[in-house]
Design a protein around this ligand. Structure first.
Ligand code: BDR
Ligand code: CA
Length: 324
């Protein structure tokens, strides 16, 4: 049968969309990143990692968010803790921000299906073999990604790139110097940064440029879609939490930035810089270090560090993804 014009247009649009796999720990901003990704690219699968909350909770959250997003892709659970446990033996979480469930304060449908497996690293490797030019968007601690790199020496080279939300060119959010995703598994971040992969990094210096506001919340609350209702709950929760933690009802939309760094790179200003993760410092463990000296211009590894984003355009794309 001959394809109709609209069918072939749809196929063309799909064919030209970038393919991504998302490694995440939902997480309020992870959830918004999943909703955004479902609209702006082809998501071939989702893997989950212990991070904002324990692995079981974040996997359940991912399944429920994907059900809301109507995105039927495989979900594989991965690591339930970092490569190296902290000295106190306690797996790090960000429940002080996201609550015990990782997604406190929101209503979501029951998961439409069960997880597809529990070998996230294996799934990431398979996906890299199956889809040429695949981007990996990593928006939680980098444990699964490090496992995949260690298991398959050409995994990193096979990918088009890895877009990471993590680190900072300025200060941290868990300690004075470290951002949560890197701090929660510094050894994994070190493996990933030294892997030779093409890396784009959105750190806190960048993600704090894309902030929610009372006005944005009002606009989202006025949209009559189930996605928008959920996003309004997410932002309402974050505003309450940020008011308690920082005295300001505004939340940085960290994880959606790492999706946009793949789908809309022209919104960003990147600088390719030598990068490293501090593993030993008493005050600096988990800090990302970028060498901007002219004398260091040939030092490796180098990654693309995001310094600026067109926040108005980024927020408009996030809003658009909440439409019916
Ligand atoms: C990062 O940590 C998590 O709490 C968020 O989901 C985001 O990925 C910000 O530091
Ligand atoms: Ca996250």
């Amino acid at each position: 049968m001959e394809a109709t014009a609209s069918q072939s247009l749809r196929t063309e649009a799909t064919a030209s969309r970038v393919k991504i796999v998302i490694d995440c720990d939902p997480g309020h901003d992870d959830a918004l990143a999943l909703l955004l990704a479902s609209r702006v690219c082809d998501v071939v699968g989702v893997t989950t990692v212990s991070g904002n909350a324990p692995l079981g909770a974040v996997t359940n959250n991912a399944l429920r968010v994907l059900t809301l997003a109507n995105l039927e892709v495989p979900v594989h659970a991965g690591a339930d803790g970092p490569l190296v446990l902290p000295a106190d033996g306690v797996v790090p979480h960000a429940t002080h921000v996201h609550g015990a469930t990782g997604l406190n304060g929101v209503t979501l449908p029951e998961p439409g299906r069960a997880q597809s497996g529990d070998d996230a690293a294996g799934f990431l490797i398979d996906a890299s073999q199956r889809y040429p030019d695949l981007w990996l968007v990593a928006i939680g601690p980098l444990t699964n990604v490090a496992h995949a790199i260690r298991r398959d020496p050409v995994f990193a080279d096979r990918l088009a790139g890895i877009s990471i939300m993590g680190g900072s060119t300025t200060g941290g959010n868990v300690t004075a110097t470290a951002e949560f995703n890197v701090w929660a598994d510094p050894e994994a971040a070190d493996v990933v940064i030294r892997s030779g992969a093409h890396i784009r990094l959105c750190g806190l210096n960048l993600t704090h440029q894309v902030e929610t506001s009372a006005e944005l919340l009002e606009r989202i609350s006025a949209m009559a879609t189930s996605r928008a209702r959920f996003a309004a709950e997410v932002i309402t929760y974050l505003h309450r939490r940020m008011t308690e933690l920082r005295g300001r009802a505004a939340a940085a939309l960290h994880d959606p930035c790492a999706v946009l760094a793949v789908t809309h790179p022209s919104l960003f200003e990147f600088h390719r810089l030598p990068a490293a993760v501090e593993l030993t410092g008493t005050l600096t463990r988990g800090m990302t270090v970028f060498d901007q000296r002219h004398a260091a211009r040939h030092v490796t590894p180098q990654i693309d560090v995001a310094f600026h984003i067109d926040a108005t355009a980024a927020l408009a794309l996030i809003m658009k993804a909440l439409e019916a």
